[in-house]
Design a protein around this ligand. Structure first.
Ligand code: ASP
Ligand code: MG
Length: 440
C-alpha cells in the first residue's frame, strides 16, 4: 500500500497532469491512494473571493475560467464541478450579506479548491484508463480539532479512515482524496493550514500503515547544497527527520518536517520525488537514517542574518541576565536563532528587522547592544558527525584555505549541525568550499 501526494503545481496544468497520470498508472499494479491539492493558484483565489464577498462584491468568473480551461486542456467535461461552483456562489452570496468572515467560514470557502480538484483529476484519470474515484477526506472520517485554518488531525480517527479506504480500494478504482481539508467533531469543515495536503498524505499513510508515502513535487528531493550556488550539487538519497528539520529552517525546498510526523512516528518512510523527472529516486526521509561514510548530508545557508551583540560588564556573576535579555526578545516576538556567549557578551542572530528597533532600545536600557547586518548563516548538517571526530576541523580548515573569515560559531545541542556566520558577500564561496571538502 502506498500513498502518493501531488501538490498544486503537479495538478495545475494539462502537461503536469499527463505526467501525474503516468506516474499513477505505473504504480497502480499495487493498491494505492492518491492525495491532491487544489490546482495551483486556486486556494489563494478562494481566500481573496471570501475577502471580496464580505466587502460586498465578488466575481467567480476567473475561478470558473481556471477550471473550465484546465478541463478543456484535459479533454474532460467541466460539468464535474458545476454544482460545487453553484454551492460556492451561494456561500459567497451569504457572506456578502452578513459581511462577516469567521475562520470557520474561511475554511469552508477554501475547501472548495480541493473538492473541485479531486473531481477533475479523477475524471481525467478514468478517461485515460486509470479508473479513479473522487473522495472528500471528511467522508473517510478524517477528524480534527476545531482550530479553524490550522486544525490538528485526531489520530483516533485512523481505524475508521482505514476501514473506509480499504472498502474503497476493493472497488479497484484509485481513490483520489482531497488534501488539506477535514471536519471537526461537530461536522464543520476545517483545514490543516496552508500546504496542509502533505499532512493529509502522511496521516493517511499512518492510518493505512502504508509501505511508503510519496510526496511528488518539482525538485529532485533534498540536495547536498543549493544547485544555484553549487553546480555539482546532488540529491540526498536518505535523510533522517532530525536532519530534514534542520534543513527546513534554512528554507531547503522540502515539505515541512512537522507535516511528516504522522508517517515518521509510525515508521513509514516519506519519499520526496520530482513529478517532472520521475526517473530520479528523490530523497527518502525516515525516523532513523542508516549511517553514512560521509559525516555530512547537506550544506545550507541563509542570507540576511542580523547579529545583535549584548555586552554587560556586570554580567559576570550576575544571575538572571540571560532571562532578562531573552524576555525582551520574547515580548516583541522577535525569534532568536543562533546564540553564543562569552563572559561579558551574548551574541544572538535574528533574521528579521521586525520589532528590532524596540528590542535594541530596551536592551540598551541595561546593557550595550550593537547591531550588525550584511551577514549570512551557513549550516553544515549531518547526524553522523555526532560520533566522528574532526568534522569541525575539516569545516574550518576548508574555510581557512578559502580565506573566508568566520564569525560566531554554534555547534547545535543535538550535535547534528555546525552553524556559523560569514560576510553575506562570501556565502557562495563558503558553500562551494565546503561542498568541495565533503562531496567531491
Ligand atoms: N491548497 C492548499 C494550499 O494552497 C493546500 C496545499 O496545497 O497543500 O495551501
Ligand atoms: Mg502545496
Amino acid at each position: 500500500m502506498r500513498v502518493l501526494k501531488f501538490g498544486g503545481t503537479s495538478v495545475g496544468s494539462p502537461e503536469a497532469l499527463a505526467a501525474v497520470r503516468e506516474i499513477v498508472r505505473k504504480q497502480a499494479k499495487r493498491p494505492l491512494v492518491v492525495v491532491v491539492s487544489a490546482h495551483s493558484g486556486v486556494t489563494d483565489r478562494l481566500l481573496q473571493l471570501a475577502r471580496d464577498a464580505v466587502k460586498g462584491s465578488y466575481s467567480l468568473t476567473a475561478l470558473r475560467r481556471r477550471h473550465v480551461d484546465l478541463h478543456r486542456g484535459l479533454g474532460i467535461e467541466s460539468g464535474v464541478v458545476d454544482s460545487l461552483l453553484q454551492e460556492l456562489d451561494d456561500l459567497l452570496q451569504g457572506l456578502s450579506l452578513v459581511r462577516e468572515l469567521t475562520p470557520r467560514s474561511l475554511d469552508l470557502v477554501s475547501s472548495f479548491g480541493e473538492r473541485m480538484s479531486v473531481r477533475g483529476v479523477a475524471a481525467y484519470f478514468s478517461a485515460g484508463g486509470v479508473p479513479a474515484l473522487p473522495v472528500d477526506a471528511y467522508d473517510l472520517g478524517i477528524r480534527t480539532d476545531s482550530r479553524h485554518t490550522t486544525a490538528t488531525p485526531d489520530p483516533r480517527c485512523y481505524p475508521t479512515v482505514r476501514r473506509r479506504l480499504e472498502a474503497q480500494l476493493k472497488t479497484g478504482a484509485v481513490p483520489v482524496v482531497t488534501g488539506f481539508i477535514a471536519k471537526d467533531r461537530e461536522g464543520n469543515v476545517t483545514t490543516l493550514g496552508r500546504s496542509g495536503s502533505d499532512l493529509t498524505a502522511t496521516l493517511l499513510g499512518a492510518a493505512l500503515d502504508a509501505d511508503e508515502v510519496q510526496i511528488w513535487t518539482d525538485v529532485d528531493g533534498v540536495m547536498t547544497a543549493d544547485p544555484r550556488l553549487v553546480k555539482d550539487a546532488r540529491s540526498i538519497p536518505v535523510l533522517s527527520i532530525a536532519e530534514a528539520s534542520e534543513l527546513a529552517y534554512y528554507g531547503a525546498k522540502v515539505i515541512h518536517p512537522a507535516t511528516m510526523l504522522p508517517a515518521i512516528q509510525n515508521r513509514i518512510p516519506v519519499r520526496v520525488r520530482n513529478t517532472y523527472r520521475p526517473e530520479q529516486r528523490g530523497t527518502t526521509i525516515v525516523g532513523t537514517a542508516p549511517r553514512t561514510r560521509n559525516p555530512i548530508k547537506s550544506i545550507a545557508y541563509k542570507r540576511g542574518t542580523i547579529l545583535i551583540t549584548v555586552e554587560s560588564s556586570r554580567m559576570l556573576l550576575q544571575s538572571g541576565f540571560m532571562a532578562r535579555m531573552f524576555e525582551v526578545f520574547a515580548r516583541h516576538e522577535l525569534s532568536v536563532d543562533l546564540v553564543a556567549t562569552s563572559e561579558v557578551t551574548v551574541s544572538v542572530t535574528v533574521d528579521s528587522e521586525r520589532n528590532l528597533k524596540p528590542v535594541v532600545k530596551e536592551l540598551s536600557g541595561f546593557s550595550k547592544a550593537t547591531v550588525e547586518r550584511g551577514l549570512a548563516q551557513v549550516c553544515v548538517v549531518g547526524e553522523v558527525m555526532r560520533e566522528r571526530v574532526g568534522v569541525a576541523g575539516r569545516v574550518f580548515g576548508a574555510l581557512r584555505r578559502a580565506r573566508i573569515p568566520v564569525r560566531l560559531i554554534s555547534h547545535g545541542g543535538t550535535k547534528i549541525n555546525i552553524s556559523f556566520l560569514v560576510d553575506e558577500a562570501r556565502v557562495q564561496q563558503a558553500v562551494r568550499a565546503l561542498h568541495r571538502e565533503f562531496f567531491s
